[in-house]
Write a protein that binds this ligand. Structure first.
Ligand SMILES: [Zn+2]
Ligand SMILES: [Zn+2]
Length: 342
């Protein structure tokens, strides 16, 4: 079996090298009591455009059905002709190589959304930009980030926010950053959430980093952490990078600020790899309340959470799967996993 996996190019990387890896176990105060908060949010704005056709292809995560795996995340979002790169992986060339392996041309991708500043999500940005700028100066040229992305961070007095240096280098290539402090529509039905209010007691960060705030160094809660949301006729498709804001907080924010629709699918990294049984059960209960229909968990979601959700939410096999490089979510079709993650 191992030989067959290797022949197929399957790679499992269980490295623990980057900023997302050391989450504090989540200890919600009494999460069950707050369950009703999610399901009753009403729309706060008139419906805008809807996405009719969408495909999300995973380009970086630990499990790889094609290409190479790593501790990181990236995915290509294609929605009604718009092509957006969501996060850029950890190692400088992972997404570039995986895109080549999958036959994906990044020269027609204009926009990048970065979920947060950690190296396992921004590590490929400069390599990718430099690979396309010569032929297509407008490719991968506009990067959308949440407010707080460039705030100085430290561990034991050492500066660790590499986005500060990346910003200067990226801008020298003619690229620009757009900072979002609230949900913003990038195209009809295509949203970035901006920073997510932490209304539920999800605590999905390591606690090891400090951030500069008003002249003081305080615990870094990854305030900039944002997700991408597709507003489709059947519901919201939520794509997260590392889930530091919390999966439930993110869908709560999306339903309150974009549209109070069912959550059709949650895709990406949700930082549940260290969640205990209580946290997973509470999260599943919240997801049930918002009508979650499919779960494609990669990166820091961990393996166990995916299968717990399959059981706790009564999903079919194809409705809750571990994401792999080369795997896809297709609107109207559902999760199209690689061979290894079936
Ligand atoms: Zn992270
Ligand atoms: Zn991460």
């Amino acid at each position: 079996m191992l030989a067959a996996m290797l022949r197929r190019g399957a790679v499992i990387v269980l490295g623990l090298m980057f900023g997302c890896r050391t989450a504090t176990p989540v200890q919600p105060a009494s999460p069950v009591a707050q369950a009703s908060a999610v399901s009753v949010a009403g729309p706060v704005r008139a419906p805008a455009g809807r996405v009719d056709a969408a495909k999300i292809t995973v380009l970086s995560t630990m499990l790889a059905d094609k290409g190479v795996g790593e501790w990181g995340f990236a995915a290509l979002v294609e929605a009604d002709g718009r092509r957006i790169l969501f996060d850029t992986g950890a190692r400088p060339d992972t997404v570039l190589r995986n895109a080549e392996t999958l036959g994906i041309d990044l020269r027609t991708v204009t926009d990048v959304v970065l979920s947060h500043h950690h190296d396992d999500h921004v590590g490929g940005l400069m390599t990718l930009r430099e690979a396309v700028v010569g032929q297509s100066p407008g490719a991968l040229a506009t990067v959308h980030v949440g407010a707080g992305m460039f705030a100085p961070r430290r561990i034991d007095g050492r500066d660790v926010n590499s986005m500060i240096a990346i910003k200067a280098a990226f801008e020298r290539t003619g690229g620009k950053f757009v900072v979002h402090d609230k949900p913003t529509e990038l195209g009809p039905g295509i949203w970035v959430t901006g920073p997510v209010p932490r209304v539920h007691p999800e605590r999905n960060w390591s606690g090891s980093r400090k951030v500069e705030q008003g002249g003081a160094w305080v615990e870094d809660t990854l305030v900039e952490d944002q997700s991408l949301v597709l507003d489709t006729e059947r519901g919201l498709v939520v794509l997260a990078g590392c889930g530091h804001a919390g999966l439930v907080n993110t869908v709560t924010h999306a339903r309150a600020s974009i549209r109070a629709a069912p959550v059709l699918a949650a895709i990406g990294g949700f930082h549940l790899f260290e969640a205990d049984d209580e946290q997973l059960a509470w999260t599943a209960q919240q997801l049930r309340a918002v009508g979650l229909a499919e779960f494609y968990g990669g990166h820091c979601t961990g393996i166990e959470a995916v299968y717990r959700f399959r059981a706790l939410l009564g999903f079919e096999r194809r409705e809750s799967l571990v994401a792999a490089v080369g795997g896809r979510y297709v609107l109207g079709e559902g999760i199209v996993p690689g061979a290894l993650a079936h």
